[in-house]
Design a protein. Sequence first.
Length: 497
Amino acid sequence: MEHIQKKNGGQHDSVVKEVVKLRRKELNHTIASISGLTDMKYEPVNGELNSIHKRLINGRKEFEQAVTKSMDAAIRMSAMDLILEDNAKTLDGINGFITDSVNEVTEAASSTAEIAGEVAKAHENLTSAIVNVSGESAKIMDEIQECEQHLDSVNGLSAEAISNAKEMKTDIEGLLEIIGHMSEAVSAISAISSQTNLLALNASIEAARAGEAGRGFSVVAESIRGLAEQTKTLTERMGSFLDSVKEASQKSSASVDTTVAELERMNDDIQDIWKITGSNRTGMVHINDSVSSLAAVSEQISSSMSELDNHSQHVSDQCQNMEKHVRSLADVSLSVAGLAEPSKVIEKQLVDSAEIMGKMAQDAFYMLDNQVLLQCIQSAVAAHQSWLETLAEMAKSRQLRPLQTDCTKCGLGHFYYAFHPVHPKVLAIWNGLEEKHKSFHAYGTEMIAAIQDGRTGELEQIYKKAELCSKDLGADFQNLIKAIEALTKEKVRIFEA
Protein backbone atom coordinates (compact mmCIF):
# COMPACT_ATOMS: atom_id res chain seq x y z
CA MET A 1 0.00 0.00 0.00
CA GLU A 2 2.72 2.32 0.94
CA HIS A 3 4.47 1.27 -2.18
CA ILE A 4 1.44 2.21 -4.23
CA GLN A 5 1.16 5.53 -2.47
CA LYS A 6 4.82 6.30 -3.12
CA LYS A 7 4.36 5.35 -6.72
CA ASN A 8 1.32 7.57 -7.13
CA GLY A 9 3.10 10.41 -5.33
CA GLY A 10 6.04 10.15 -7.66
CA GLN A 11 3.78 10.32 -10.67
CA HIS A 12 2.06 13.40 -9.25
CA ASP A 13 5.33 15.17 -8.71
CA SER A 14 6.37 14.31 -12.20
CA VAL A 15 3.13 15.71 -13.60
CA VAL A 16 3.50 18.82 -11.50
CA LYS A 17 7.02 19.31 -12.73
CA GLU A 18 5.90 18.83 -16.31
CA VAL A 19 3.06 21.29 -15.84
CA VAL A 20 5.40 23.81 -14.27
CA LYS A 21 7.88 23.33 -17.10
CA LEU A 22 5.14 23.82 -19.71
CA ARG A 23 3.77 26.81 -17.87
CA ARG A 24 7.19 28.36 -17.73
CA LYS A 25 7.66 27.79 -21.47
CA GLU A 26 4.30 29.45 -22.29
CA LEU A 27 5.13 32.30 -19.94
CA ASN A 28 8.51 32.81 -21.61
CA HIS A 29 6.77 32.81 -25.04
CA THR A 30 4.22 35.30 -23.77
CA ILE A 31 6.89 37.55 -22.33
CA ALA A 32 8.85 37.31 -25.60
CA SER A 33 5.71 38.21 -27.56
CA ILE A 34 5.13 41.20 -25.28
CA SER A 35 8.80 42.20 -25.40
CA GLY A 36 8.86 42.04 -29.21
CA LEU A 37 5.22 43.07 -29.48
CA THR A 38 4.53 40.18 -31.85
CA ASP A 39 1.30 38.31 -32.27
CA MET A 40 0.40 35.74 -29.61
CA LYS A 41 -2.49 33.57 -28.50
CA TYR A 42 -4.42 34.95 -25.59
CA GLU A 43 -4.51 32.00 -23.21
CA PRO A 44 -6.77 32.34 -20.14
CA VAL A 45 -3.92 31.40 -17.87
CA ASN A 46 -1.92 34.48 -18.96
CA GLY A 47 -4.48 36.73 -17.33
CA GLU A 48 -3.05 40.29 -16.99
CA LEU A 49 -0.35 39.59 -19.59
CA ASN A 50 -3.02 39.30 -22.27
CA SER A 51 -4.36 42.70 -21.22
CA ILE A 52 -0.87 44.22 -21.28
CA HIS A 53 -0.26 42.81 -24.79
CA LYS A 54 -3.58 44.20 -26.07
CA ARG A 55 -2.86 47.61 -24.54
CA LEU A 56 0.60 47.70 -26.14
CA ILE A 57 -0.78 46.65 -29.55
CA ASN A 58 -3.48 49.31 -29.34
CA GLY A 59 -0.89 51.83 -28.17
CA ARG A 60 1.31 51.10 -31.18
CA LYS A 61 -1.67 51.58 -33.51
CA GLU A 62 -2.41 54.86 -31.80
CA PHE A 63 1.28 55.77 -32.13
CA GLU A 64 1.05 55.03 -35.85
CA GLN A 65 -1.96 57.34 -36.09
CA ALA A 66 -0.07 59.99 -34.15
CA VAL A 67 2.90 59.63 -36.51
CA THR A 68 0.65 59.89 -39.57
CA LYS A 69 -1.19 62.93 -38.24
CA SER A 70 2.02 64.60 -37.04
CA MET A 71 3.66 64.10 -40.43
CA ASP A 72 0.56 65.43 -42.18
CA ALA A 73 0.47 68.41 -39.81
CA ALA A 74 4.17 69.12 -40.39
CA ILE A 75 3.71 68.97 -44.16
CA ARG A 76 0.66 71.24 -43.95
CA MET A 77 2.49 73.68 -41.66
CA SER A 78 5.40 73.84 -44.13
CA ALA A 79 2.96 74.52 -46.95
CA MET A 80 1.20 77.15 -44.84
CA ASP A 81 4.54 78.77 -43.96
CA LEU A 82 5.44 78.88 -47.64
CA ILE A 83 2.08 80.41 -48.57
CA LEU A 84 2.24 82.89 -45.67
CA GLU A 85 5.73 84.01 -46.63
CA ASP A 86 4.78 84.26 -50.28
CA ASN A 87 1.58 86.16 -49.45
CA ALA A 88 3.50 88.43 -47.08
CA LYS A 89 6.02 89.20 -49.85
CA THR A 90 3.21 89.67 -52.36
CA LEU A 91 1.28 91.86 -49.94
CA ASP A 92 4.40 93.87 -49.19
CA GLY A 93 5.03 94.28 -52.92
CA ILE A 94 1.42 95.30 -53.52
CA ASN A 95 1.60 97.70 -50.61
CA GLY A 96 4.78 99.21 -52.06
CA PHE A 97 3.15 99.48 -55.47
CA ILE A 98 0.03 101.07 -53.98
CA THR A 99 2.19 103.42 -51.93
CA ASP A 100 4.08 104.50 -55.04
CA SER A 101 0.79 104.83 -56.92
CA VAL A 102 -0.78 106.91 -54.14
CA ASN A 103 2.31 109.13 -54.03
CA GLU A 104 2.18 109.54 -57.80
CA VAL A 105 -1.56 110.27 -57.69
CA THR A 106 -1.01 112.73 -54.85
CA GLU A 107 1.75 114.46 -56.79
CA ALA A 108 -0.40 114.37 -59.92
CA ALA A 109 -3.36 115.81 -57.98
CA SER A 110 -1.15 118.56 -56.57
CA SER A 111 0.31 119.23 -59.99
CA THR A 112 -3.19 119.18 -61.48
CA ALA A 113 -4.34 121.69 -58.89
CA GLU A 114 -1.41 123.97 -59.74
CA ILE A 115 -2.03 123.54 -63.46
CA ALA A 116 -5.75 124.16 -62.88
CA GLY A 117 -4.84 127.41 -61.11
CA GLU A 118 -2.59 128.42 -63.99
CA VAL A 119 -5.27 127.43 -66.48
CA ALA A 120 -7.82 129.45 -64.51
CA LYS A 121 -5.54 132.51 -64.67
CA ALA A 122 -4.89 131.89 -68.35
CA HIS A 123 -8.63 131.49 -68.84
CA GLU A 124 -9.24 134.82 -67.15
CA ASN A 125 -6.72 136.40 -69.52
CA LEU A 126 -8.40 134.58 -72.41
CA THR A 127 -11.79 135.89 -71.32
CA SER A 128 -10.40 139.41 -71.11
CA ALA A 129 -8.81 138.96 -74.54
CA ILE A 130 -12.12 137.70 -75.93
CA VAL A 131 -13.89 140.77 -74.55
CA ASN A 132 -11.23 143.03 -76.10
CA VAL A 133 -11.44 141.17 -79.41
CA SER A 134 -15.21 141.52 -79.33
CA GLY A 135 -14.88 145.28 -78.75
CA GLU A 136 -12.24 145.65 -81.46
CA SER A 137 -14.36 143.54 -83.77
CA ALA A 138 -17.30 145.89 -83.28
CA LYS A 139 -15.05 148.90 -84.00
CA ILE A 140 -13.67 147.25 -87.13
CA MET A 141 -17.23 146.51 -88.28
CA ASP A 142 -18.13 150.20 -87.81
CA GLU A 143 -14.98 151.25 -89.68
CA ILE A 144 -15.73 148.81 -92.50
CA GLN A 145 -19.26 150.21 -92.79
CA GLU A 146 -17.85 153.77 -92.80
CA CYS A 147 -15.28 152.72 -95.41
CA GLU A 148 -18.04 151.25 -97.53
CA GLN A 149 -19.93 154.54 -97.29
CA HIS A 150 -16.80 156.47 -98.41
CA LEU A 151 -16.23 153.96 -101.18
CA ASP A 152 -19.82 154.46 -102.26
CA SER A 153 -19.26 158.23 -102.39
CA VAL A 154 -15.94 157.82 -104.22
CA ASN A 155 -17.58 155.41 -106.62
CA GLY A 156 -20.29 158.01 -107.36
CA LEU A 157 -17.71 160.75 -107.82
CA SER A 158 -15.64 158.50 -110.05
CA ALA A 159 -18.65 157.73 -112.23
CA GLU A 160 -19.49 161.43 -112.40
CA ALA A 161 -15.86 162.34 -113.27
CA ILE A 162 -15.84 159.73 -116.01
CA SER A 163 -19.06 161.13 -117.38
CA ASN A 164 -17.74 164.73 -117.26
CA ALA A 165 -14.47 163.68 -118.86
CA LYS A 166 -16.33 161.97 -121.67
CA GLU A 167 -18.44 165.14 -122.19
CA MET A 168 -15.24 167.21 -122.14
CA LYS A 169 -13.73 164.95 -124.77
CA THR A 170 -16.85 165.46 -126.90
CA ASP A 171 -16.55 169.25 -126.48
CA ILE A 172 -12.85 169.16 -127.37
CA GLU A 173 -13.62 167.12 -130.45
CA GLY A 174 -16.23 169.80 -131.43
CA LEU A 175 -13.66 172.53 -130.77
CA LEU A 176 -11.15 170.76 -132.95
CA GLU A 177 -13.71 170.56 -135.67
CA ILE A 178 -14.44 174.35 -135.35
CA ILE A 179 -10.69 175.04 -135.32
CA GLY A 180 -10.44 173.04 -138.50
CA HIS A 181 -13.13 175.15 -140.08
CA MET A 182 -11.43 178.34 -138.85
CA SER A 183 -8.12 177.14 -140.26
CA GLU A 184 -9.80 176.62 -143.59
CA ALA A 185 -11.29 180.14 -143.38
CA VAL A 186 -7.90 181.65 -142.43
CA SER A 187 -6.31 179.81 -145.32
CA ALA A 188 -8.97 181.17 -147.66
CA ILE A 189 -8.45 184.73 -146.30
CA SER A 190 -4.68 184.29 -146.66
CA ALA A 191 -5.18 183.19 -150.26
CA ILE A 192 -7.47 186.14 -150.92
CA SER A 193 -4.95 188.48 -149.26
CA SER A 194 -2.20 187.12 -151.48
CA GLN A 195 -4.34 187.60 -154.56
CA THR A 196 -5.32 191.10 -153.35
CA ASN A 197 -1.67 191.97 -152.79
CA LEU A 198 -0.87 190.66 -156.27
CA LEU A 199 -3.74 192.65 -157.75
CA ALA A 200 -2.62 195.78 -155.85
CA LEU A 201 0.90 195.31 -157.18
CA ASN A 202 -0.44 194.98 -160.70
CA ALA A 203 -2.62 198.06 -160.15
CA SER A 204 0.40 200.05 -158.96
CA ILE A 205 2.33 198.99 -162.03
CA GLU A 206 -0.52 200.01 -164.28
CA ALA A 207 -0.96 203.31 -162.39
CA ALA A 208 2.73 204.04 -162.87
CA ARG A 209 2.31 203.46 -166.55
CA ALA A 210 -0.65 205.82 -166.61
CA GLY A 211 1.51 208.52 -165.17
CA GLU A 212 -0.14 211.48 -163.60
CA ALA A 213 -3.53 210.12 -164.47
CA GLY A 214 -2.98 206.98 -162.54
CA ARG A 215 -1.43 208.66 -159.54
CA GLY A 216 -4.57 208.59 -157.43
CA PHE A 217 -5.23 205.01 -158.40
CA SER A 218 -1.64 204.22 -157.43
CA VAL A 219 -2.30 205.60 -153.93
CA VAL A 220 -5.40 203.46 -153.63
CA ALA A 221 -3.60 200.42 -154.97
CA GLU A 222 -0.79 201.01 -152.45
CA SER A 223 -3.30 201.28 -149.65
CA ILE A 224 -4.96 198.09 -150.77
CA ARG A 225 -1.59 196.43 -151.00
CA GLY A 226 -0.72 197.58 -147.47
CA LEU A 227 -4.05 196.35 -146.25
CA ALA A 228 -3.42 193.03 -148.00
CA GLU A 229 -0.02 192.76 -146.30
CA GLN A 230 -1.59 193.45 -142.93
CA THR A 231 -4.32 190.96 -143.66
CA LYS A 232 -1.73 188.41 -144.65
CA THR A 233 0.22 189.07 -141.47
CA LEU A 234 -2.94 188.74 -139.36
CA THR A 235 -3.99 185.55 -141.11
CA GLU A 236 -0.54 184.08 -140.59
CA ARG A 237 -0.70 185.00 -136.88
CA MET A 238 -4.27 183.63 -136.79
CA GLY A 239 -3.05 180.38 -138.38
CA SER A 240 -0.27 180.05 -135.80
CA PHE A 241 -2.77 180.69 -133.01
CA LEU A 242 -5.20 178.17 -134.43
CA ASP A 243 -2.35 175.65 -134.74
CA SER A 244 -1.47 176.29 -131.08
CA VAL A 245 -5.12 175.93 -130.08
CA LYS A 246 -5.41 172.78 -132.15
CA GLU A 247 -2.26 171.33 -130.61
CA ALA A 248 -3.45 172.24 -127.10
CA SER A 249 -6.88 170.77 -127.84
CA GLN A 250 -5.30 167.57 -129.12
CA LYS A 251 -3.17 167.36 -125.97
CA SER A 252 -6.27 168.02 -123.88
CA SER A 253 -8.08 165.31 -125.78
CA ALA A 254 -5.22 162.88 -125.10
CA SER A 255 -5.20 163.95 -121.45
CA VAL A 256 -8.93 163.43 -121.26
CA ASP A 257 -8.49 159.96 -122.77
CA THR A 258 -5.80 159.18 -120.19
CA THR A 259 -7.96 160.64 -117.43
CA VAL A 260 -10.94 158.56 -118.52
CA ALA A 261 -8.77 155.42 -118.64
CA GLU A 262 -7.30 156.19 -115.20
CA LEU A 263 -10.76 156.95 -113.82
CA GLU A 264 -12.10 153.70 -115.24
CA ARG A 265 -9.16 151.79 -113.76
CA MET A 266 -9.63 153.61 -110.48
CA ASN A 267 -13.29 152.67 -110.65
CA ASP A 268 -12.28 149.03 -111.19
CA ASP A 269 -9.93 149.30 -108.20
CA ILE A 270 -12.74 150.80 -106.19
CA GLN A 271 -14.93 147.86 -107.19
CA ASP A 272 -12.16 145.46 -106.11
CA ILE A 273 -11.79 147.35 -102.84
CA TRP A 274 -15.53 147.17 -102.46
CA LYS A 275 -15.42 143.42 -102.92
CA ILE A 276 -12.50 143.11 -100.49
CA THR A 277 -14.31 145.29 -98.00
CA GLY A 278 -17.39 143.12 -98.41
CA SER A 279 -15.28 140.02 -97.90
CA ASN A 280 -13.72 141.65 -94.84
CA ARG A 281 -17.16 142.49 -93.56
CA THR A 282 -18.21 138.85 -94.07
CA GLY A 283 -14.99 137.72 -92.37
CA MET A 284 -15.63 140.07 -89.49
CA VAL A 285 -19.13 138.64 -89.18
CA HIS A 286 -17.58 135.18 -88.96
CA ILE A 287 -15.01 136.49 -86.50
CA ASN A 288 -17.77 138.05 -84.45
CA ASP A 289 -19.66 134.74 -84.51
CA SER A 290 -16.46 132.91 -83.54
CA VAL A 291 -15.89 135.36 -80.71
CA SER A 292 -19.44 134.69 -79.54
CA SER A 293 -18.74 130.94 -79.74
CA LEU A 294 -15.51 131.49 -77.85
CA ALA A 295 -17.43 133.35 -75.22
CA ALA A 296 -19.83 130.40 -74.91
CA VAL A 297 -16.91 127.95 -74.77
CA SER A 298 -15.26 130.19 -72.22
CA GLU A 299 -18.31 129.89 -70.02
CA GLN A 300 -18.19 126.09 -70.38
CA ILE A 301 -14.49 126.14 -69.55
CA SER A 302 -15.23 128.22 -66.48
CA SER A 303 -17.81 125.66 -65.43
CA SER A 304 -15.42 122.79 -66.20
CA MET A 305 -12.62 124.50 -64.31
CA SER A 306 -14.88 124.85 -61.31
CA GLU A 307 -15.84 121.17 -61.59
CA LEU A 308 -12.17 120.23 -62.08
CA ASP A 309 -11.29 122.13 -58.93
CA ASN A 310 -13.97 120.20 -57.03
CA HIS A 311 -12.70 116.91 -58.45
CA SER A 312 -9.11 117.84 -57.62
CA GLN A 313 -10.14 118.51 -54.05
CA HIS A 314 -12.03 115.21 -53.99
CA VAL A 315 -8.98 113.40 -55.39
CA SER A 316 -6.81 115.05 -52.76
CA ASP A 317 -9.18 113.90 -50.02
CA GLN A 318 -9.27 110.40 -51.47
CA CYS A 319 -5.47 110.34 -51.62
CA GLN A 320 -5.33 111.19 -47.94
CA ASN A 321 -7.78 108.39 -47.22
CA MET A 322 -5.75 106.02 -49.41
CA GLU A 323 -2.60 106.95 -47.51
CA LYS A 324 -4.35 105.95 -44.29
CA HIS A 325 -5.45 102.68 -45.89
CA VAL A 326 -1.92 102.08 -47.20
CA ARG A 327 -0.56 102.51 -43.67
CA SER A 328 -3.21 100.09 -42.45
CA LEU A 329 -2.28 97.70 -45.24
CA ALA A 330 1.36 97.97 -44.23
CA ASP A 331 0.36 97.02 -40.68
CA VAL A 332 -1.64 94.10 -42.07
CA SER A 333 1.37 93.08 -44.17
CA LEU A 334 3.54 93.07 -41.05
CA SER A 335 0.86 91.09 -39.23
CA VAL A 336 0.74 88.50 -42.02
CA ALA A 337 4.53 88.30 -42.00
CA GLY A 338 4.34 87.94 -38.21
CA LEU A 339 1.94 85.03 -38.55
CA ALA A 340 4.69 83.03 -40.24
CA GLU A 341 6.90 83.19 -37.14
CA PRO A 342 4.64 81.21 -34.74
CA SER A 343 3.80 78.80 -37.56
CA LYS A 344 7.53 78.23 -38.03
CA VAL A 345 7.84 77.52 -34.32
CA ILE A 346 4.97 75.05 -34.58
CA GLU A 347 6.55 73.49 -37.67
CA LYS A 348 9.88 73.16 -35.84
CA GLN A 349 8.14 71.51 -32.91
CA LEU A 350 6.38 69.11 -35.27
CA VAL A 351 9.68 68.31 -36.98
CA ASP A 352 11.30 67.68 -33.59
CA SER A 353 8.36 65.47 -32.64
CA ALA A 354 8.71 63.57 -35.92
CA GLU A 355 12.40 63.01 -35.22
CA ILE A 356 11.56 61.72 -31.72
CA MET A 357 8.93 59.45 -33.23
CA GLY A 358 11.50 58.28 -35.78
CA LYS A 359 13.82 57.23 -33.01
CA MET A 360 10.93 55.61 -31.15
CA ALA A 361 10.06 53.67 -34.30
CA GLN A 362 13.33 51.75 -33.89
CA ASP A 363 11.88 50.21 -30.72
CA ALA A 364 9.70 47.13 -31.11
CA PHE A 365 6.96 48.71 -28.98
CA TYR A 366 6.62 51.66 -31.41
CA MET A 367 7.81 50.11 -34.66
CA LEU A 368 5.61 51.38 -37.48
CA ASP A 369 3.70 49.07 -39.76
CA ASN A 370 4.98 48.96 -43.31
CA GLN A 371 1.56 50.08 -44.56
CA VAL A 372 1.95 53.38 -42.70
CA LEU A 373 5.27 53.96 -44.43
CA LEU A 374 3.75 53.11 -47.81
CA GLN A 375 1.01 55.67 -47.24
CA CYS A 376 3.62 58.31 -46.36
CA ILE A 377 5.64 57.47 -49.47
CA GLN A 378 2.54 57.60 -51.69
CA SER A 379 1.62 60.99 -50.21
CA ALA A 380 5.18 62.15 -50.90
CA VAL A 381 4.91 60.97 -54.51
CA ALA A 382 1.64 62.93 -54.96
CA ALA A 383 3.22 66.07 -53.43
CA HIS A 384 6.26 65.56 -55.65
CA GLN A 385 4.07 65.45 -58.77
CA SER A 386 2.16 68.57 -57.69
CA TRP A 387 5.49 70.36 -57.15
CA LEU A 388 6.60 69.46 -60.69
CA GLU A 389 3.29 70.72 -62.12
CA THR A 390 3.79 74.06 -60.33
CA LEU A 391 7.29 74.26 -61.84
CA ALA A 392 5.82 73.59 -65.31
CA GLU A 393 3.25 76.37 -64.80
CA MET A 394 6.02 78.79 -63.80
CA ALA A 395 8.02 77.91 -66.92
CA LYS A 396 4.96 78.46 -69.11
CA SER A 397 3.54 81.63 -67.50
CA ARG A 398 6.99 83.08 -66.65
CA GLN A 399 5.55 84.17 -63.32
CA LEU A 400 6.48 83.19 -59.79
CA ARG A 401 4.34 80.76 -57.80
CA PRO A 402 4.64 79.55 -54.20
CA LEU A 403 7.22 76.75 -54.48
CA GLN A 404 8.99 74.87 -51.70
CA THR A 405 12.75 74.93 -52.39
CA ASP A 406 13.84 73.51 -49.02
CA CYS A 407 14.13 69.75 -49.54
CA THR A 408 13.68 69.13 -45.79
CA LYS A 409 10.21 70.73 -45.71
CA CYS A 410 8.44 69.02 -48.58
CA GLY A 411 6.21 65.95 -48.32
CA LEU A 412 9.15 63.57 -48.71
CA GLY A 413 11.64 65.64 -46.73
CA HIS A 414 9.70 65.64 -43.46
CA PHE A 415 9.35 61.84 -43.58
CA TYR A 416 12.81 61.14 -45.05
CA TYR A 417 14.84 63.03 -42.44
CA ALA A 418 12.74 61.87 -39.46
CA PHE A 419 12.63 58.11 -40.09
CA HIS A 420 15.58 55.87 -40.90
CA PRO A 421 14.78 52.31 -42.05
CA VAL A 422 17.48 49.72 -41.38
CA HIS A 423 16.54 46.71 -43.48
CA PRO A 424 19.20 46.17 -46.19
CA LYS A 425 16.64 45.71 -49.01
CA VAL A 426 15.24 49.18 -48.30
CA LEU A 427 18.31 50.99 -47.02
CA ALA A 428 20.23 50.99 -50.32
CA ILE A 429 17.33 52.62 -52.20
CA TRP A 430 16.56 54.93 -49.28
CA ASN A 431 20.09 56.34 -49.02
CA GLY A 432 20.19 57.02 -52.77
CA LEU A 433 17.19 59.36 -52.60
CA GLU A 434 18.85 62.26 -50.76
CA GLU A 435 21.16 63.68 -53.45
CA LYS A 436 18.54 63.28 -56.21
CA HIS A 437 15.93 64.92 -53.99
CA LYS A 438 18.26 67.87 -53.24
CA SER A 439 19.00 68.30 -56.96
CA PHE A 440 15.28 68.20 -57.74
CA HIS A 441 14.52 71.09 -55.37
CA ALA A 442 17.60 72.97 -56.60
CA TYR A 443 15.90 73.25 -59.99
CA GLY A 444 13.11 75.16 -58.24
CA THR A 445 15.64 77.63 -56.84
CA GLU A 446 17.18 77.97 -60.32
CA MET A 447 13.75 78.55 -61.89
CA ILE A 448 12.89 81.32 -59.39
CA ALA A 449 16.24 83.06 -59.94
CA ALA A 450 15.84 82.89 -63.74
CA ILE A 451 12.36 84.45 -63.58
CA GLN A 452 13.53 87.19 -61.21
CA ASP A 453 16.52 87.98 -63.46
CA GLY A 454 14.38 87.97 -66.61
CA ARG A 455 16.24 84.98 -68.13
CA THR A 456 13.01 83.59 -69.57
CA GLY A 457 14.83 81.76 -72.34
CA GLU A 458 16.27 79.33 -69.78
CA LEU A 459 12.96 78.36 -68.13
CA GLU A 460 12.03 75.51 -70.46
CA GLN A 461 15.49 74.00 -70.22
CA ILE A 462 15.40 74.13 -66.40
CA TYR A 463 12.00 72.43 -66.38
CA LYS A 464 13.23 69.65 -68.69
CA LYS A 465 16.15 68.94 -66.36
CA ALA A 466 13.77 68.84 -63.38
CA GLU A 467 11.46 66.54 -65.31
CA LEU A 468 14.31 64.08 -66.02
CA CYS A 469 15.31 64.16 -62.35
CA SER A 470 11.66 63.58 -61.40
CA LYS A 471 11.49 60.48 -63.60
CA ASP A 472 14.64 59.13 -61.93
CA LEU A 473 13.17 59.78 -58.48
CA GLY A 474 9.86 58.24 -59.54
CA ALA A 475 11.64 55.04 -60.52
CA ASP A 476 13.32 54.96 -57.07
CA PHE A 477 9.96 55.51 -55.37
CA GLN A 478 8.45 52.59 -57.26
CA ASN A 479 11.41 50.33 -56.40
CA LEU A 480 11.10 51.40 -52.77
CA ILE A 481 7.38 50.62 -52.72
CA LYS A 482 8.00 47.19 -54.29
CA ALA A 483 10.70 46.39 -51.73
CA ILE A 484 8.44 47.37 -48.81
CA GLU A 485 5.54 45.37 -50.22
CA ALA A 486 7.83 42.31 -50.56
CA LEU A 487 8.96 42.65 -46.93
CA THR A 488 5.34 43.02 -45.86
CA LYS A 489 4.51 39.69 -47.46
CA GLU A 490 7.39 38.18 -45.49
CA LYS A 491 5.96 39.86 -42.35
CA VAL A 492 9.18 41.83 -41.93
CA ARG A 493 9.22 45.49 -40.96
CA ILE A 494 11.67 47.90 -42.62
CA PHE A 495 12.92 48.99 -39.20
CA GLU A 496 14.04 45.42 -38.50
CA ALA A 497 17.55 44.46 -39.44
